[in-house]
Design a protein around this ligand. Sequence first.
Ligand SMILES: Cc1cc2nc3c(=O)[nH]c(=O)nc-3n(C[C@H](O)[C@H](O)[C@H](O)COP(=O)(O)O)c2cc1C
Length: 216
Amino acid sequence: MSDTDLTALRLSYTRAELRRTDLNADPLAQFQGWLDEAIADGLRESYALSLATADSAGRPSVRTVLLRGADARGLTFYTNYDSHKGRDLAGNPQAELLFHWADHERQVRAFGPVERVSDEESTAYFHARPRESQLAAHASDPQSAPIADRAELEQKLADLEAHFPEHLPVPKPDFWGGFRVRVQEWEFWQGRPNRMHDRFRYARQEGGWSIERLMP
Ligand SMILES: Cc1cc2nc3c(=O)[nH]c(=O)nc-3n(C[C@H](O)[C@H](O)[C@H](O)COP(=O)(O)O)c2cc1C
């Protein structure tokens, strides 16, 4: 067991503050501004997020995925539809997303119903990925199922490499594609000294967004 006294580890957040007047009326623009700052400052995988889902009985699960699109329709990531998360979302199509940019002392939460990205859009993104990733998507199916050992996985990949001629595009498997979270609620959190953090929640209303400050 680690000897580290976890209760002694703490940071005071002093980098920035977030005032009501700083907020963009459009939460997507607010999010894009923070994401752009994280990317510009070279924060590692600043477009990675925690994706929380729950099955139809309410059992939660969470994992990291990569953000692959953010526009007025919502936030998009790609995965295997038969994976644990894919099955959760089939039975209970809502999710919460979490970005944590530790070096910026910021987190963003986004909640909403989830829909599948169109097959055309998923296919276009699939073909934009490196060939090795395309083959790996075929090999890792069903994603999240147990596999005997690493050798079995590598043999599957080798078989697929031989199966798909090198000069032809790898077809997108039907079981692979995007999900889009149509965000209904956003929360922007900026760390402040002494746990007096700034938090604002946007909630979608008829024709716009309400904004409230939340207790830290
Ligand atoms: C930084 C990072 C990025 C990841 N990006 C993705 C992704 O975009 N899509 C994906 O399906 N899995 C991604 N994964 C793997 C998932 O975290 C997870 O292990 C996998 O999707 C299976 O999750 P599930 O069993 O809950 O469905 C990523 C993992 C890490 C650590």
